[in-house]
Design a protein around this ligand. Sequence first.
Ligand code: MF3
Ligand code: CO
Ligand code: CO
Length: 274
Amino acid sequence: MQNYIEASHAPAKNTGTIKLYGKDGFEGMRRAGRLTAQCLDQLAAIVKPGVTTREIDEFVFRFGIEHDAFPATLNYRGYTKSCCTSINHVVCHGIPNDKPLREGDILNIDVTLVLDGWHGDSSRMYTVGPARRAAERLIAVTYESLMRGIAEVKPGATTGDIGAAIQQYAEGERCSVVRDFCGHGLGLLFHDAPNILHFGRRGEGVELRPGMIFTIEPMINLGRPAVKVLSDGWTAVTRDRSLSAQFEHSVGVTEDGCEIFTLSPAGHTVPPYI
Ligand code: MF3
Ligand code: CO
Ligand code: CO
């Protein structure tokens, strides 16, 4: 059995009870989500051959501070950067460093800006110069996987409906869904109940209700789904070194569907962003 609680009466920590947010929560998430999306929009002009992921990270930090927001990942559970930069076969949680990007690389940049306590969590794929055909296809499949997951979000549907839609589509495209990481509830907390699996069966999981706020963030591989975490304790890579892609939106369940808080104000969807 699943518990739900009105967010304003809920304890701050993650107790496994799903919070239901009202008007104020949705307005807070709208502002935080829009800011994160604007940051991701501006990163499109920064990603080029020769640029380091450290420079990307510095941009995200500065963008946050200049807009009265703070990057949620900075000092989160020992993580010391303002974003994650996951290149090629890195699945997620890549740590920005001094290695320059090279033409043909693909990367995910994952940003969470906290504005007035609200967490806007979103990530997109970027291409460094022209992408190879297989990479471009993987990126298109991953974006479509996210949007098919989002299309399931409405009162009465379940978290399993989201996962099933993503899995069915991605596997039908001869890609695989990473099992080791999932979407999550968020709002005044970065990671909260419920978990949003990107695979599963229709009707399983938690029933969606108006006021729930969570991310959907499928990681899709060209090869096998298995991942391993490197000795830095964060960087997750595909075991078979195949390419991996991810997109993430923060969404809220409304009376008749859902609201996407992190849509690009510039209208960006998949790269190249021009
Ligand atoms: N932003 C990631 C997510 O989508 C979480 C990153 S946690 C970090 O949930 F510590 F790795 F940065
Ligand atoms: Co997330
Ligand atoms: Co994220």
